[in-house]
Design a protein around this ligand. Structure first.
Ligand SMILES: Cc1cc2nc3c(=O)[nH]c(=O)nc-3n(C[C@H](O)[C@H](O)[C@H](O)COP(=O)(O)OP(=O)(O)OC[C@H]3O[C@@H](n4cnc5c(N)ncnc54)[C@H](O)[C@@H]3O)c2cc1C
Length: 402
């Protein structure tokens, strides 16, 4: 058994953990990164799209640019989108955003999760400040006033000033630290697939709110679309069991035939949806980021973007907080204060959308149609909504001293 020490140990080298590791190492901290699964290799830009994609907003893109990994992602495969249309199946409410109305080159990019993770890991491999332990996992965590002691499955023992749980929604680190989770099932599943449609998507992301949940068609650079269909459990199970031809028909109908017939659909995968918030984001010598701290409904494509905001804020606090001890609770609380409120507001907003649009009650149906139409016509409201989605406006400064 070998023993080593570092400033920060990060458990989980997914998109958020990898970005955090790179940022902290670039800031001069010694980082240990522990990841269960070796990240996937990206074969070729003309190969099959992975089913797991994320709508990456401008704030996250800027983080990638600052870390020097954006060009690597572009060289693999990213799909910019210029416009977004959202409408309601239960009425004539409709809203459309366009990049040029905001003076922006695009409204964001659809990127495979494995592309984001691969580009970050390529940079980590050249980063002397990060020691990677992969495949490996934290099996034991012991926190004292002076340090955190961690044992890995491989038997390696590591002493760190701070341990960060970036190990996803089922975080072991959160469990080991005995941090509770407020979690609610949405009784919906997100079905994902990659499809080809008869009509061109024109770099427009489309989302239609059906009574059983929202259906999104996200445009990919090769002309296909990545579909995320969030549906009530019963409907999701029906959809999952359909044969390919019937599933394609259901998709075309679900989108109100806006892209014509669905000509091809490949594999499908389903993800049960829940909203959750860790009761604490920090403890002495411990912090949670990304899905380990919070999960939200995917209907606005914000989950990992919030995780990157967590990472950015934690980096700012640790590198510029000025105490010299990254595990100090007073410092970590600044991170929690800066992030928790925003993450909760976003989760509640998504729930409001989900319940508001899922309801067939006449007052709600009328209200949401009126709301969409008014927002579409009211320039400043629409602009504010779009800037928030791009991550260009934050309701509060990233972190406050205190
Ligand atoms: C259908 C769907 C669509 C979505 N679309 C979007 C979108 O468009 N935009 C968006 O912003 N978000 C989206 N999200 C949310 C987004 O996928 C998540 O927020 C994001 O994956 C969280 O990243 P993470 O790095 O925090 O966690 P994860 O991606 O879960 O990564 C955790 C990492 O930790 C590793 N790990 C786990 N346990 C251990 C352990 N014990 N030890 C070491 N390592 C461990 C795992 O192998 C993994 O690599 C979507 C989610 C779903 C379900």
């Amino acid at each position: 058994m070998s023993a080593t020490s570092c400033d920060v140990l990060i458990a989980g080298g997914g998109m958020v953990g990898a970005a955090l590791a790179l940022s902290l190492a670039r800031g001069g901290l010694a980082v240990a990164l522990v990841e269960l699964h070796p990240p996937a290799v990206f074969a070729a830009p003309d190969g099959e799209h992975d089913l797991r994609v994320s709508a990456i907003n401008r704030a996250s893109q800027r983080l990638f640019q600052a870390l020097g990994v954006w060009e690597g992602m572009r060289a693999m495969r990213v799909s910019p989108y210029q416009a977004m249309e959202v409408w309601d199946a239960g009425g004539n409410g409709h809203i459309r955003f366009e990049a040029r109305e905001l003076g922006e080159p695009d409204l964001g990019h659809i990127i495979e999760n494995r592309v984001v993770q691969r580009a970050l890991w390529d940079a980590l491999e050249a980063e002397p400040g990060v020691t990677r332990f992969c495949p490996d996992a934290v099996t034991h965590l012991d926190i004292s006033a002076r340090e955190a002691r961690v044992t890995l499955e491989s038997g390696v023992r590591i002493t760190a000033s701070l341990v960060v749980g970036a190990d996803g929604a089922r975080s072991r680190i959160r469990e080991m630290a005995r941090i509770g989770l407020d979690s609610r099932r949405y009784d919906q599943q997100a079905l994902v697939a990659t499809v080809r449609t008869a009509l061109p998507h024109r770099e427009t992301a489309r989302q239609r709110f059906l009574p059983t949940g929202p259906l999104a068609f996200l445009p990919l650079a090769d002309g296909r679309c990545s579909v995320v269909w969030s549906a009530d459990d019963e409907r999701a199970e029906q959809l999952r069991d359909l044969d390919d031809a019937a599933f394609r028909e259901a998709l075309a109908e679900g989108l109100d035939h806006r892209l014509g017939a669905v000509l091809e659909s490949g594999q499908r995968a389903a993800f049960p949806l829940r909203g959750s918030q860790a009761r604490h984001y920090v403890r002495p010598r411990l912090a949670l980021v990304g899905d380990a701290a919070h999960t939200i409904h995917p209907l606005a494509g914000q989950g990992v973007n919030l995780g990157f905001q967590d990472a950015r804020t934690l980096v700012e606090v640790l590198l510029h907080g000025g105490t010299g001890d990254p595990g100090e609770l007073r410092l970590l609380r600044r991170y929690e204060r800066a992030r928790r409120g925003d993450n909760v507001v976003m989760m509640r907003a998504m729930e409001l959308f989900r319940y508001g649009f899922g309801s067939a009650l006449p007052p709600l149906a009328l209200g949401r149609n009126l709301g969409l139409t008014l927002a579409d016509r009211a320039g400043p409201i629409k602009k504010t909504l779009a800037r928030r989605a791009l991550g260009l406006d934050s309701p509060r400064p990233p972190c406050r001293p205190g």
